[in-house]
Design a protein around this ligand. Structure first.
Ligand SMILES: C[S@@+](CC[C@H](N)C(=O)[O-])C[C@H]1O[C@@H](n2cnc3c(N)ncnc32)[C@H](O)[C@@H]1O
Length: 307
């Protein structure tokens, strides 16, 4: 993600489910006089909600020059109690502890924005005893995708005909070795697999690997995995991004397999991250009948080393 691209921020702001669910949670949790830290403030939208809900001081941090725009928007809208701090989030000082940390730290399958570790470290350093975190908990799920979703970015290389009379097939591995943001039709998914949860109020570190066990009543042809999450933002306020819920800007995360594979019986699914400083790649595998079907690690490593 390029955070100085306005289109990315527009996509997030235009997602009213995302933005209004955060707004409701902030309105529920902020009491007049509270001190709030907004991690990865972007355009400043969550800080604006916090000040409007009565926060005495809001500290809004972001590593990207977009923070200048947030400052300008605050001025334009008459917000006066927000201090903007440009920082990578790893080492920053605040003049006081805060009562609430809010962060839209939710990338694809949660991890790709690499913001979660920043939130967990900031909680240890900056949250006053008894303080709260939005989101407080994230729950991850996956399911097998039993028919190939349409995606021209992948299908291009699956086409039988040659492009430009050239054999481009080595690129197919790259196209299928990357996760994709995609709306996965519900009817093409098996029963959800529980991939675990993260308690943002307690966890010291983020999980690198998530995994879940499955037991299939009958063999299925698997084209890939779908992954998604829901996040508890405040008591009774949940942000859903699953295939059963109205679409959000996350859609679902599609993890294609190199080839359709018949999976039967029981086994384990793993979706793990390969973290980098500013992002994280994801790798995935299905273990069944003693065999492991996975995306190609070399593809991921190539992508990382070429950054
Ligand atoms: C998902 S966007 C959320 C923006 C805004 N809070 C919203 O809800 O529209 C994440 C923001 O975190 C910022 N960010 C990413 N990594 C960061 C880091 N290590 N430290 C501070 N900000 C970071 C990005 O620049 C981006 O603006």
């Amino acid at each position: 993600v390029s955070w100085d691209n306005i289109d990315v921020h527009t996509m997030m702001l235009a997602d009213e489910i995302r933005t209004n669910t955060f707004r409701e949670a902030i309105e529920r949790m902020v009491k007049p006089g509270m001190r709030v830290l907004d991690i990865g403030c972007g355009t400043g939208i969550l800080s604006f909600f916090a000040e409007r809900a009565g926060a005495a001081n809001v500290y809004a941090i972001d590593s990207n020059p977009i923070i200048k725009t947030a400052k300008a928007l605050a001025k334009k809208n008459g917000f006066e109690r927000i201090e903007f701090i440009k920082t990578s989030g790893r080492d920053f000082e605040l003049p006081e502890k805060v009562d609430l940390i809010v962060s839209e730290c939710l990338g694809h399958y949660v991890f790709t924005d690499a913001l979660l570790p920043i939130v967990l470290a900031a909680r240890e350093q900056h949250l006053a005893p008894g303080g709260h975190v939005i989101p407080s908990r994230v729950v991850l799920s996956s399911a097998f995708v039993t028919s190939a979703p349409n995606d021209p970015r992948i299908d291009f290389y699956d086409a039988k005909q040659k492009h430009y009379d050239l054999d481009l097939s080595p690129l197919r591995t790259f196209a299928r070795g990357r996760f994709r943001k995609l709306r996965i039709p519900k009817g093409t998914l098996t029963k959800p697999i529980d991939m675990g949860e993260i308690d943002l109020t307690r966890a010291k570190t983020q999980p690198i690997t998530t995994s879940g066990r499955f037991a299939l009543p009958a063999p299925v042809t698997v084209h890939g995995l779908a992954g998604w999450f829901y996040a508890d933002l405040a008591p009774g306020i949940v942000l859903h991004t699953g295939p059963d819920s109205p679409p959000t800007c996350w859609e679902q995360t599609y993890f294609p397999l190199l080839e359709p594979t018949v999976v039967a019986g029981s086994g384990q699914v793993q979706i793990a991250q390969v973290p980098t400083d500013i992002s994280a790649f994801l790798r995935w595998s299905i273990e069944h009948d003693g065999t492991i079907t996975a995306n190609d690690d070399l593809v991921q490593l190539h992508l990382i080393s070429s950054r």
